[in-house]
Ligand binder design. Structure first.
Ligand code: NAD
Length: 284
């Protein structure tokens, strides 16, 4: 029988832990602070940034939503980031992606102080993850959230065959590094891969991050596999994942629903990493 991976439940538990850590810091006179920067009016970005800012506020953190119009200049964004880099009340800076086309995303991400880079996209933090460095540094919140889900349901990842569909720098590649660092065997497939089914059918863990609604069907999944659906697609005002949930749940051992799987973990991990950055700033 299939087991549904309950992202809300795991996220709620993580949020309780994080809130306790916030309360402990506050007793010492320290208030974790996060700034979420939203540029333009992309409806999904407006929704995500509001959820992130509200969750941080609910946890009792110092939480700021900084909005810029769609036509903001590169220099204005860089100046704001510089200001937050120097602001001691801010421990975490998140720039909601994607950015309007006229902006240079790489330059903006690189401008964030690596010690406040709560999404872990700055090349210095990406490099540490890639090199499997020990020590304290942030990583992609969605990827770390997926690792938390996997650890909640599976005994160990060592030796597991994992196939990731998609090779984005925001989710798939950091997840690849996190899995390799735990001795999983990771294959990444993309639109450029021939015979994708070969790789999906061999996977003990199948992660789908393609952004294509209902892409994966039960014939492509190994019986008993763990299936993690990262995709968020809107069809007729409903959210669906990249996995045909009703079909694939007939063969999967564990499966995440959409919504209610990876999504809540992304926000809970963002909160966790904001507190991580705050605590790390005290020991550096
Ligand atoms: P992306 O959109 O940047 O890239 C998609 C990748 O999938 C590419 O590498 C492409 O080659 C591959 N791909 C697309 N169609 C394919 C196909 N038919 N077969 C094989 N490979 C295919 O990737 P992303 O930023 O990781 O986003 C992927 C999805 O995850 C999107 O739906 C996005 O909205 C969602 N997402 C969800 C969360 C969350 O918190 N749940 C976070 C980030 C992204």
């Amino acid at each position: 029988m299939v087991n549904i991976i309950d992202g809300h439940n795991i996220a709620d538990k993580l949020n309780i832990e994080t809130k306790n850590r916030v309360d402990e810091l506050k007793k010492k006179g320290i208030l974790p602070g996060i700034v979420v920067i939203l540029i333009g009016e992309n409806p999904a970005s407006v929704l995500y940034t509001r959820m992130k800012q509200q969750t941080a506020a609910k946890m009792g953190m110092h939480s700021v939503l900084k909005k810029f119009p769609e036509d903001v200049s590169q220099d204005e964004v860089l100046a704001a980031i510089q200001e937050y880099n120097e602001d001691p009340t801010v421990n975490a800076i998140l720039v909601q992606l994607p950015l309007p086309k006229h902006l240079n995303q790489t330059e903006i991400i690189e401008a964030i102080d690596p010690k406040k880079d709560v999404d872990g996209f700055n090349s210095s933090n990406v490099g540490k993850l890639y090199n499997n460095e020990k020590g304290n540094y942030p990583v992609s919140c969605t990827s770390r959230g997926i690792m938390t889900l996997l650890h909640a349901y599976l005994d160990q990842l060592e030796g597991k065959n994992v196939t990731i569909i998609g090779r984005s720098i925001l989710v798939s590649r950091p997840l690849q590094s996190l899995l390799i660092n735990e001795n999983a065997t990771v294959t990444m497939v993309s639109l450029h891969t021939d015979n994708i089914d070969y790789y999906t059918k061999h996977a003990d863990i199948l992660v789908v991050a393609a952004g294509k609604p209902n892409l994966i069907k039960k014939e492509q999944v190994k019986p008993g596999a763990t299936v993690i659906d990262v995709g968020i697609n809107k069809i007729n005002k409903h959210l669906v994942g990249d996995v045909d949930f009703d079909d694939v749940k007939e063969v999967a051992g564990f499966i995440t629903p959409v919504p209610g799987g990876v999504g809540p973990m992304t926000i809970a991990t963002l909160m966790q990493q904001t507190v991580d950055l705050t605590e790390w700033s005290l020991i550096d």
